[in-house]
Design a protein around this ligand. Structure first.
Ligand SMILES: Nc1ncnc2c1ncn2[C@@H]1O[C@H](COP(=O)(O)OP(=O)(O)O)[C@@H](O)[C@H]1O
Ligand SMILES: [Mg+2]
Length: 327
């Protein structure tokens, strides 16, 4: 069963030099209870996609296309309805926990707020349930009283509070945007494990945004590789890893630190993709990856390559698929 289907999503912003297209015809698909990994370097449009799903795009940005959550188009409903869905049907965990937390409100009340708002629980009932949820994410009330403030917790503990807030009303979809990037390395794996456990326990669909391909390989069913506002390759995670049809996917993989054995090799590999992601105001008319691609030919500068189907549900947009794969 389909939980989330994004069709032809474009996000545009009017600037002094004309209209910028931040997301360009993005299509994504997630089944109920599954995990979709969204990867790509910084600036490729991952967060914009997450914010578009949640209806939280910054002011001035226009989204077009369709974002279907269980068949309901989130782009065509009003803010009231969206507010009702946020928290109850879909929730988001941000990179930096303090983005989601109110620094002057005790953690218990922050977790309880959604329960009162969406489920109409009394203050007492809501706090009781908030306490249980906090215990479930590793913050039992005996050691972490509901009256604590966010600044009294570590980064990892704060992210646990955010996860409790996100999940307390039992959403069907969780969007986690680089949920561990701002945390100490030692707690990153714990938070990812916690998310994975909870996703399974509550039978949620997860959109997991990360620039870490290792995490994607380990914990997602399908993946989409984004580059400069477009999806350049997507498919079942194991198939994408096996074929890595798009040169950009190969570049990301080669840049994976855990892929190399010693530090020197790591340093060399981390420089594998020369250049950087073009920003929305300076994208070429052809393939967005052309300037950094070792397979590029004249054709690549002329027109953007269409997304080509390689196998059931596995696609990539590159004019040179056979040459890349022939390596
Ligand atoms: N508030 C904003 N105003 C204008 N452009 C933005 C804004 N936020 C992000 N962008 C641009 O949108 C593009 C996609 O950004 P983003 O989705 O944040 O990338 P990612 O999450 O993959 O790092 C980038 O080119 C970025 O410069
Ligand atoms: Mg981002």
């Amino acid at each position: 069963m389909t939980l989330l289907a994004i069709e032809n999503l474009c996000v545009e912003l009017d600037g002094p030099d004309g209209t910028l297209r931040l997301l360009d015809d993005v299509n994504l698909f997630l089944s109920k209870g599954r995990c979709l990994g969204l990867v790509g370097e910084s600036g490729c449009g991952k967060s914009m996609t997450a914010l578009a799903i949640m209806g939280l795009l910054p002011r001035g940005m226009r989204a077009s296309g369709r974002i279907l959550l269980e068949g309901e188009d989130l782009l065509s409903i009003g803010e009231d309805r969206l507010c009702g869905l946020r928290g109850r049907k879909m929730a988001m965990v941000f990179q930096e926990p303090m983005t989601a937390l109110n620094p002057v409100v005790p953690i218990g009340r922050q977790v309880a707020e959604g329960l009162r708002l969406h489920l109409g629980l009394t203050r007492h009932e809501a706090e009781l349930r908030a306490g249980k949820m906090l215990a479930r994410v590793g913050l039992p009330v005996e050691r972490f009283p509901l009256g604590l403030f966010p600044h009294q917790l570590s980064g990892g503990q704060r992210q646990r509070v955010v996860i409790a807030m996100a999940l307390t009303c039992g959403p069907d979809l969780l969007v986690a945007d680089e949920p561990t990037t701002a945390l100490d390395v030692t707690v990153q794996a714990q938070i990812l494990d916690l998310i994975a456990e909870l996703v399974e326990e509550f039978d949620m669909g997860l959109v997991l945004i990360t620039h870490d391909l290792g995490v994607v390989a380990e914990s997602t069913d399908t993946m989409s590789v984004m580059y400069a506002g477009k999806v350049v390759e997507d498919g079942p995670t194991d198939e994408v890893f096996q074929r890595m049809a798009h040169p950009y996917t190969r570049g990301l993989f080669a840049a994976m630190p855990s892929h190399s054995s010693d530090l020197d090799a790591t340093r060399k590999r981390l420089t594998t993709i020369p250049g950087r992601v073009p920003d929305a105001s300076s994208r070429p008319s052809g393939c967005p990856f052309v300037a950094r691609c070792s397979f590029a030919t004249d054709q690549c500068s002329d027109a953007p390559p269409p997304l080509e189907r390689l196998a059931h549900r596995h696609s990539a947009s590159c004019f040179n698929l056979s040459r890349v794969e022939g390596l």
